[in-house]
Design a protein around this ligand. Structure first.
Ligand code: GTP
Ligand code: MG
Length: 559
């Protein structure tokens, strides 16, 4: 099997398990569990979910003794882990060894008396610590773990201290990626939401998907959640006795209508009973109906969907690609950061390219390398075992879950080269006629007139970037061209000189984050040499890039 993986001889292959490095998080916490190579995606998610069920979220006084805090909670059982963070007030996450500790804690907890208002008596695992004895301004402030990303200016300054573009890109991932604590908090918020939805559907599970779990999450990204009701649907009847019972149920005209009505009641419940949940919006008419809200104690923006199993599978797929080679994550983090800095992506829905589409584009680009850095989706399907079989609404979504079965080709490209060639690849891609297809790992003819066509990995008839209009694609292409040009200027790839005021001139990835022509703000000259007009720089770039099919990319973008 291995010999023929990706059509290579064994000596040119490597097993992906040896390539997963320990990822240092910005707070210095130990490596996030999701990189443990021996566990499958599902096993990691399940472990985190179970930890969250044994955890509570505590609103704390501004100053208090950590020791007294721990003594207090230890009375209810062994505390496995705890950490503190700030989000408009001090909070703590406490994870017990046993779920029974939660019951004991709840037993000793009172409903607050509120002045001039009436409390909704919903007992959640979001608690406030009111013990006066623990509060004192004399105690040292506990170590608060950071939950927000640094701003773009701080990131740039950090990058300027590095010695190579590769170092910069690794540093970027380490700075932006979700920390161990942040992932725990995300799972805890899902678990708290599960308690609310459980009032209607006791067997339901709320699972995070998207960038919380796909290994490309950045501090501050939203929490995408799925209300998973499979535990209810799956209970099949035992055959054989001759007699059977069926639940009487209400029915709706379609799956979509049922999903909408379920989300509508859960949304109402979150709004009226969910402590800390504010700004609840039921967006049920969208292609994918969601309930959107902010969870104040964590500071997370949350999107709750239901009946969206393909999205969970897509998250698993991206997780898998993200763990085959560390360069994949570095490249995705860089491209996402670059796109955000130039408003190619946005937190507001619209005709922009999404982070999901960008990630698929990076995967596709890495499949095109010679030798290929990533296997095709078809290959991941071939490697799957019987227990990996997965069909969702008629779509075969089977992929291998055991990463150690995947043999990779020996590709030693540096991150600098990969990023440069990513920009050249998409600055020069025939978007007018070709579709990006990671299942085949090859360009396919575009089946429809959309500006950007990226085949949905698991639903072949859908385009994940249908929303993108020609103007947005053109901005993306121009920015790729401009960034490719900047990287072709060798002086941009070496540490910048220190100026008289002590600042270092932008170089490497930091130079790519500065305002650009394509984002409409005009290139500020970063070095004297680059004072030539933008139009002539773009012309030079077009001349220097290989143009496929004899057409310029700028024309294709607006076609
Ligand atoms: P962030 O921008 O960091 O939140 O990245 P994300 O990957 O979480 O993206 P987003 O919150 O927009 O979407 C969450 C998940 O929904 C993605 O990871 C995908 O699995 C899925 N998704 C998003 N957009 C699309 C789409 O257009 N088509 C399909 N099939 N799935 C999508
Ligand atoms: Mg998301």
């Amino acid at each position: 099997l291995d010999r023929f993986c990706l059509g290579l001889e064994p000596q040119t292959q490597r097993r992906c398990t040896s390539t997963i490095p320990a990822i240092k998080t910005p707070t210095g916490s130990k490596t996030a569990d999701f990189v443990k190579k021996s566990k499958t995606f599902q096993a990691i998610q399940e472990e985190r979910r179970e930890q969250a069920e044994r955890s509570v979220l505590i609103s704390c006084p501004a100053k208090f003794s950590e020791k007294k805090f721990l003594d207090f909670f230890s009375k209810h059982g062994t505390v496995n882990k705890h950490f503190f963070y700030n989000s408009f007030g001090a909070y703590a996450v406490v994870e017990f060894s046993n779920k029974e500790s939660i019951a004991s804690l709840k037993e000793s907890t009172g409903i607050p008396a509120v002045d001039h208002e009436a409390a909704v008596p919903f007992k959640s695992r979001l608690l406030s610590l009111k013990w006066p004895g623990i509060q004192s301004s004399n105690y040292p402030t506990p170590n608060f773990k950071e939950q927000s990303p640094p701003n773009i200016g701080d990131i740039s300054n950090l990058l300027l201290q590095k010695h190579s573009v590769d170092e910069q890109l690794r540093c970027l991932t380490e700075t932006l990626q979700l920390t161990e604590e942040n992932i725990s908090l995300r799972f805890l918020v899902c678990s708290l939401l599960g308690d609310i939805a459980g009032a209607y559907f006791p067997e339901c599970i709320i699972r995070p998907f998207g960038s919380t779990v796909n290994s490309f999450g950045k501090l501050g990204c939203d929490v995408d959640m799925i209300l998973d009701l499979d535990g209810i649907y799956a209970r099949s009847q035992k055959k054989g006795s001759g007699l059977s019972l069926e639940y009487q149920v209400k029915t709706g005209p379609s799956e979509r209508a049922v999903t909408q009505s379920i989300l509508s009641v859960v949304g109402k419940c979150v709004d009226q009973f969910g402590p800390g949940c504010v700004g609840v919006q039921n967006i049920l008419q969208a292609r994918c109906p969601i309930v959107r809200f902010a969870h104040q104690p964590s500071g997370f923006q949350c999107d709750l969907t239901a009946n969206n199993k393909v999205a969970m599978k897509s998250s698993e797929l991206l997780f898998l690609y993200g763990h085959l080679d560390p360069r994949v994550r570095h490249l995705v983090f860089s491209v996402r950061c670059w796109a955000r800095a130039h408003s190619i992506t946005s937190s507001i829905p619209g005709a922009w390219i999404t982070n999901f589409s960008l990630t698929v584009m990076v995967v596709f680009f890495l499949q095109q390398r010679s030798p290929a850095m990533l296997p095709t989706l078809d290959r991941l399907k071939e490697l799957a075992g019987p227990s990996d079989k997965c069909v969702i609404e008629g779509n075969d979504c089977t992929i291998v879950s055991d990463l150690s079965k995947i043999a990779l080709q020996k590709n030693t490209d540096t991150l600098e080269k990969l990023l440069q060639e990513f920009f050249e690849f998409y600055g020069n891609f025939p978007f007018n006629k070709a579709s990006i297809n990671i299942r085949k790992g090859k360009e396919q003819s575009k089946p429809e007139a959309a500006a950007l066509h990226i085949q949905n990995p698991f639903e072949a008839t859908l385009n994940v970037s249908k929303n993108v209009n020609a103007a947005q694609l053109e901005r993306f292409v121009k920015l790729c061209q401009e960034s490719a040009w900047l990287f072709q200027q060798k002086e941009n790839l070496e540490p910048g000189s220190t100026q008289s005021n002590g600042s270092v001139s932008p170089w490497g990835f930091a130079a790519l984050l500065a305002p650009s022509v394509a984002s409409g703000t005009g290139v500020k000259s970063r070095r004297k040499k680059k004072t030539e007009p933008a139009s002539s720089r773009i012309k030079n770039l077009l001349d220097s890039l290989k143009i496929k099919g004899g057409e310029t990319v700028a024309k294709k973008g607006s076609a």
